[in-house]
Write a protein that binds this ligand. Structure first.
Ligand SMILES: [Zn+2]
Ligand SMILES: [Zn+2]
Length: 262
């Protein structure tokens, strides 16, 4: 599987410090050009042709940094004669999108537009613990521990599998499943705050580098490549230093524009 990193941060920020500048963008990972994993960033990272290739979007939860790319994506697709975009998640997320975003107040209801024709968006319910085939990729949502109903995902094809944490604090089920997958090739785990903000991490149900290593070790596969994402951009350097200090050779921090082959 080819995973293109459209956004890898926990917020948007044009980061400029000590002569280094970088455009940090909210989370969005594009798998094999057709499946989007969370939609924090889409339209600002892909040309129109790339956006028309997206068939399915799986969403971990309703927080804005994971869904805010959807309105511009669907807007840009109008007039491109593509199929509806299949938005897949747990009922809480699908209901929330319709109630709070595509509600004819914040944005038009693209789940019903255009009238009398196939809509631009369609909703597909994912059931926790049950796998669903989307194209040639199989996804399984697993409950994780965040402030709102949230799932991580096991994502696999015939050759390989990887795990995506979504936003999470200390959790169990996702790691227990990861431990049982023989061809698991990577763990993509969020780390939002530096160690000094452990209280905030606990309240907002996110991880710090110290908490990350405890969660990663629950998988019980010390060689498993660990890809860290969802750094809050203003703490980018501080978190990166603390991740480096963990001395985990399998650890890397995901960057916008990067491609990972799993
Ligand atoms: Zn988030
Ligand atoms: Zn969140």
């Amino acid at each position: 599987m080819k995973i293109k990193i459209l956004g890898s941060h926990g917020s948007d920020l044009f980061y400029s410090q000590k002569g280094e500048s970088h455009r940090c963008q909210c989370v969005g990972f594009l798998v094999n050009d057709h499946l989007l994993v969370d939609a924090g960033t889409v339209a600002s990272a892909l040309d129109l042709e790339g956006q028309t290739r997206i068939d399915h979007v799986i969403l971990s939860h309703l927080h804005l940094d994971h869904i805010k790319g959807l309105p511009p994506l669907v807007d840009n697709r109008v007039g491109t004669n593509g199929q509806p975009i299949n938005i897949c998640s747990i009922p809480h997320v699908l209901d929330g999108l319709k109630t709070h975003i595509f509600n004819e107040i914040v944005y038009p209801n693209f789940f019903t537009l255009p009238k009398g024709e196939p809509p631009y968006l369609q909703a597909s319910i994912l059931t926790e613990g049950k796998d669903t085939l989307l194209g040639d990729i199989r996804v399984t949502p697993i409950h994780v521990n965040h402030t709102v109903p949230t799932v991580g995902f096991l994502i696999q094809d015939d050759q390989s599998a990887w795990i995506y944490s979504g936003d999470t604090y200390q959790t169990e089920e996702l790691w227990a499943l990861a431990a049982r997958i023989p061809n698991l090739k990577g763990a993509f785990i969020e780390t939002s705050f530096p160690n000094e903000y452990e209280n905030l991490a606990k309240e907002s149900k996110h991880l710090t580098p110290k908490l990350l290593v405890q969660e990663y070790q629950k998988i019980g596969k010390p060689e498993l490549p660990l890809y860290v994402f969802h750094l809050k951009p203003q703490f980018r350097e501080q978190i990166a230093n603390q991740l480096h200090d963990l001395s985990l050779p399998s650890l890397s921090i995901l960057q916008e524009g990067q491609e990972v082959e799993i």
